[in-house]
Every structure is written in C-alpha cells, then in structure tokens.
Design a binder for this molecule. Structure first.
Ligand SMILES: Cc1ncc(COP(=O)(O)O)c(C=O)c1O
Length: 388
C-alpha cells in the first residue's frame, strides 16, 4: 500500500472515531462538562478569583494525593513552574543546565530566563525522551567533579541542573537518568508538562526529581485555561516556591513586606476551579485516550504504519499519539494530505539547536533527535465529546 492509500485509511478511521464526517478535526480539543461551569460559578460567587481561595487549596491537595508527591504548588503556567523549579535548584547565572534538544521551546527558555546556558543531549528513539546513554557520555567526556560540584571542562561552568522531558506523554528512562544525576551531584528537575498521569515503574512521572512540573495549558490532557504545577517532596522547596510566586510577600495584617525579588506566578483561584473539575475527570480522560491509542495501534498494524507505543514497564497518558513515517518526503505528503482534508496533524517541534537563540549552545551528537524531527507526525488525540 502506498502512502496516499495509508493516509486515506487513517483519515477514514479518525472521522469514524470522532463521528465527524466532514467537520475540521483538531489535534486536541479540551472537554468540559457541567461541573466545570458549577465550580467556576462557585469561585465567582465567593469573590476569590485571584491568588487565594478554596479551589487553589483543593486542587493542590488533589494533585499531590493523585501523584503521590508530598507538596503541590500551582502556578500560572508550566513555563513559570519550570522557571521556579530551576531557581530553587540553585540554577545561578553563568551555570550550565543539561536538557534535550528535542523539546518544546519552553524548556530551554526557562533555563535562559535565569541566565544559565542550556546544553543539549540526544533523545532515545523509543521513549522520545532524554537518552541516559547520551547524558552519561556527555558527562564522562566533558565533566569533572570538583568541590564546587560537576564542572564542565569545556565552558568552565558548574552544571547546576538536568532537565529531562517526557515527550508527548511517553516517559523517558527517568530512573536511570536520576541515578546518573545523583552520581554527578546534579539536581534533577523533571519537565513533565505533557505527562500528567503517566506512570513509569509504578510511580507517576514528575515525582522522580527534586521537583517536577506539569502544564495545564488548553492543549494538555487537563486544562485550567492556562496554568502549571510544581510537585516536590521537599518541604523547604515547596515553602520557598509558594513564597516567591506571590511576590515574596510576608504574611502581615497590613504592611507590604517583600523580603526578596519575587514573581507574580500564582495560579488564580478562578483557573484552579476549572482545574479541579478537570482533575476529577482525569482518570476517565486517560481511559478514553488509551482506547484511542489501542485503536490507532491496530490500524497502524493493518496498514503497515509505525505507531509509537509506550515503553515497556510504563503506562503513558498518550497525550498526543504519534506515528513515524519512513522519511521526510513521506512525512510531508502525509501532513499535506491530512491537513488539506481538514484532519489536523502536526510535525514534532524543531530542534532547539536549530532555533536562532540556541544554535550556538553546546550539544552532543543528536542523531536520534534529527531522525525523529524529520519523520514524526502527531495525530488527533482529543477525548471524544459524548454525543446526544
Ligand atoms: C515540554 C513542555 N515544557 C513546558 C511547557 C510549558 O507549559 P505552559 O504552556 O503551560 O507554559 C510545555 C507546554 O506547553 C511543554 O510542552
């Protein structure tokens, strides 16, 4: 079967799945129910719409209990959560932070907001996330352990953190990455923005590092409109995070005492109301996404397309389903034919090392990342609305 016949079969499957014979089908669409409206109305009626309120407390408790993290601190975006996670890992200006080249730009941006320098290592073909081998090879070749910590012999800078990312919801080999980071005394900050609900070796991703972060942007598995979360087991980090995201203002009956430079990064209670309602549906969303992934997998077997499965020993949230085409030309054809017919598909991001602001950063060999960038396509992955 040639690629245009395979593409037609995929389009027919997607239109049947969503029972949309002709309408545009997006790659992701949020799903809201009556509960979302009720909780939002409650937040409005309470008058607590900004940085304090019951929904913030409830959603934080819910997420901490769900993931098994000791603490959860809600922020106004996944990017701000990552920024704070890195600042509290003591990422100082003129230090180096290791991450992967195949990621959404927010990962690298959060590093550079702190005037630190990203270093890009490769990803694995099966997990799409940071390759432990690539990380280890980089460290063995370039790093010396000194009294200051791990020092990069090339740049002369301390390596202040490592940020693996769980791409498209698939877990990277976070246990091995964690062990390598411990060996080199490098704090681990997990970018689990896309991976809420993903389990690796019986533990939720986001809870392996010193801190982990999630995003609740409108395109994520659950949304608060915009928002993010920091999860951690560290009491001090949680307390500091809470303090600096609310302008570092001390509790006082009337004085404005700000004891350090802080941020306005707190999630508003209004968004937390939406988030709590969505979190209460998370397990049903995950079940439905798994059903879709299984159906895509069967279809891909039938038409001989390469569907990306969750790695062994894991349960992915299947945030965005993905296939790997044979080469770049085939990928371009698939993207064109699906989008021309109103079925939205997307390539994966550009490599960070191909963006103007990060093109001169230190990097390892990125052969897997380059391969994935030229061949991977994301398929529609929304949870279906219940039809009347
Ligand atoms: C890998 C990754 N990191 C960070 C973010 C930033 O999250 P936000 O959009 O909520 O700022 C996103 C997504 O949007 C992401 O996909």
């Amino acid at each position: 079967m040639d690629i245009s016949n395979k593409t037609e079969k995929v389009i027919t499957f997607i239109r049947d799945w969503y029972q949309e014979p002709s309408a545009f089908i997006p790659i992701h669409r949020p799903l809201f129910a009556q509960k979302e409206k009720e909780y939002l109305a409650n937040a409005i009626d309470s008058g607590w719409v900004s940085a304090q309120g019951d929904f913030l407390d409830k959603a934080e408790r819910y997420l901490a209990e769900y993931t098994g993290a000791k603490h959860c601190v809600l922020t106004n975006s996944g990017t701000s959560a990552l920024h704070i996670g890195l600042e509290l890992a003591d990422v100082q200006p003129d230090t180096d932070v290791i991450t992967q080249s195949l990621t959404f730009v927010a990962t690298a941006n959060a590093i550079s907001y702190l005037n630190a320098h990203p270093i890009f290592v490769d990803v694995e073909m099966d997990t799409l996330g940071m390759s432990p081998e690539s990380l280890l090879e980089f460290l063995e070749t370039n790093v010396q352990i000194t009294e200051e910590g791990a020092v990069n012999k090339i740049s002369g800078r301390r390596i202040s953190a490592c940020v693996p990312m769980h791409s498209l919801g698939f877990p990277c080999r976070i246990d091995r990455i964690g062990a390598i980071c411990r060996e080199y005394h490098i704090p681990l900050v997990e970018d689990a923005a896309e991976a809420l609900g993903t389990v690796y070796r019986n533990k939720y991703v986001g809870t392996f590092g010193q801190t982990g972060i999630y995003s609740f942007n409108g395109n994520k598995t659950v949304t608060s409109g915009g928002g993010g979360a920091i999860v951690t087991d560290d009491d001090q980090i949680a307390a500091k995070a809470r303090h600096i995201i609310t302008t570092a203002k001390q509790k006082d009956s009337w004085e404005y005492i700000h004891d350090q430079r802080g941020y306005n990064f707190r999630m508003p209670n209004l968004n937390a109301a939406l988030l709590l309602a969505q979190l209460e549906s998370l397990d049903s969303f995950l079940e439905e996404k798994r059903l879709l992934a299984q159906s895509y997998s069967r279809l891909c077997d039938e038409v001989d397309l390469n569907f990306i499965h969750e790695p062994r020993g894991s349960r992915s949230n299947y945030w965005l389903n993905a296939i790997l085409l044979d080469d770049y030309e085939e990928r371009q054809q698939f993207l064109k034919d699906t989008n021309d017919q109103g079925v939205m598909t997307r390539p994966i991001w550009k490599l960070m090392t191909d963006l103007p602001m990060y093109k001169n950063c230190q990097r390892s060999s990125l052969s897997n990342s380059m391969e994935l960038v030229s061949r991977l396509v994301n398929l529609p992955s929304s949870v279906r609305a219940v039809k009347d």
